[in-house]
Design a binder for this molecule. Structure first.
Ligand code: NAD
Length: 375
């Protein structure tokens, strides 16, 4: 049997600075008996240079060569030239198949096999080392607190100096999943007085366990899969009204709320922004949580509130984010693809959960349902 080649592609999405495999990851992958071929300059924006990959045992090649010679192709986000993917290849990445079902159709039409880490069953202990959503959300939550602190005109901690005492910033974090809990922890380390809120009852306990205060509103959910459910219009309106009362008390608000496969809920209304003090900062990590926020954009409202749209912050901490992502990929390849090959059956529960199409056929039940809906 010939040796499997694992290719590492340079990311093509705008502002993306991560890379799917680090030199350290290459060393680990090589131990599984595969050849690794890295596209020229793939790690440049994360400060991993071609010679570092070569020293770890990878070969370096042009993009066309990586496409041509690789059996398995690694990315963080979908490449913008999927049409160049030859049939029979296995593409692994955060492909967002529920947000972008058309991509799965395209990949299937090309005869490609695709694995999306977004669909990993996160509570299975065997899958946890592969959990790229968690590793990237941790990085994003950390950076959200730093970015908000940088944009804020005051101190986060209480400072007692000869010139007087500065009060600590009051920070509110909305949405306390992985990113929100990391934002809470980081803002607390910076000395802010932090309050957290989440619609899930379990997440309220998680907030309390960090030592932060918990904002209680009437709206709460007991979902047993760990994810929030989309609210109906009336529930959402009640929640938004309650938050519009609460939000203006804070100097800094960081929002991280998401609903898997659905739209991120609006949590900070225009009225709330209007009622906040001038100099306050609102950072939207959830994408769509804050009225008027736009991705990768910083604006100041006419009342002096800075609104930062930052849905892809993991890409701005590329060394840490790529390092943990690469470990997730090494764990996945080592566990699901002995010697770099997929087993002939999809009966492994982790593999079945992340496999979206195989040899040109859409195999994931949630995506097959979607296919039926659009026909
Ligand atoms: P996510 O990114 O899907 O959402 C972020 C947060 O937004 C969630 O806590 C969600 O409850 C909250 N949210 C959604 N709508 C909201 C609204 N209207 N108002 C307020 N908050 C709202 O979540 P995530 O970070 O991916 O975590 C999802 C779940 O997965 C959590 O239960 C987490 O504990 C669990 N998880 C488990 C493991 C593990 O077991 N190893 C690992 C990672 C995550």
């Amino acid at each position: 049997m010939s040796t499997t080649t694992v290719g590492v592609l340079r990311e093509t999405a705008g502002r993306e600075r991560r890379v799917a495999m680090t030199p350290d990851g290459v060393t680990r992958l090589r131990r599984t008996g595969v050849r690794v071929l890295v596209e020229t300059g793939a790690g440049r924006h994360a400060w991993f240079d071609d010679p570092d990959y070569a020293a770890a045992g990878a070969e370096i090649g042009a993009r066309a060569q990586v496409y041509e010679e690789s059996d398995v192709l690694l990315v963080v986000r979908p490449p913008d030239d999927v049409a160049a993917l030859p049939a029979g290849r296995v593409l692994i990445g955060l492909l967002d198949p529920l947000g972008d079902p058309a991509l799965t159709e395209t990949l299937a039409a090309q005869g490609v096999t695709a694995i999306s880490l977004d669909l990993l069953p996160r509570t299975l202990s065997r899958a946890q080392p592969m959990d790229a959503l968690t590793s990237q959300a941790n990085v994003a939550g950390y950076k959200a607190a730093l970015l908000a602190a940088e944009a804020y005109g005051g101190f986060f901690p209480m400072l007692v100096t000869a010139a007087g005492t500065a009060r600590p910033a009051q920070v509110l974090v909305l949405g306390a999943g992985v990113a929100g809990l990391q934002a809470i922890a980081t803002a607390r380390r910076l000395g802010a007085l932090v309050t957290g809120y989440d619609v899930r009852v379990q997440a309220q306990a998680d907030i309390a366990s960090t030592g932060a205060a918990v904002l209680s509103l009437d709206a709460s959910q007991n979902g047993d899969d760990g994810y929030a459910q989309a609210m109906d219009a009336d529930e959402a309106a009640v929640q938004l009204r309650a938050l519009t009362q609460a939000v203006p008390r804070f100097d800094v608000v960081i929002t991280t709320a998401k609903v898997p496969g659905g739209r991120s809920p609006l949590l900070v209304s225009e009225d709330a922004l209007r009622a906040m003090r001038a100099g306050s900062v609102v950072l939207d990590l959830g994408g769509g949580n804050v009225a008027g926020s736009a991705p990768d954009t910083r604006t100041v409202t006419e009342h002096g509130v800075t609104v930062i749209g930052a849905p892809n912050l993991a890409a701005t901490v590329p060394v840490a984010a790529s390092t943990s992502y690469a470990r997730n990929i090494v764990a996945l390849v080592s566990s699901l693809m002995p010697e770099g090959r997929l087993p002939s059956e999809n009966d492994d529960e982790v593999l079945a959960a992340v496999l979206i199409c195989r040899d040109g056929v859409v195999v994931h039940p949630r995506l097959r349902d979607h296919e039926k809906e659009i026909r």
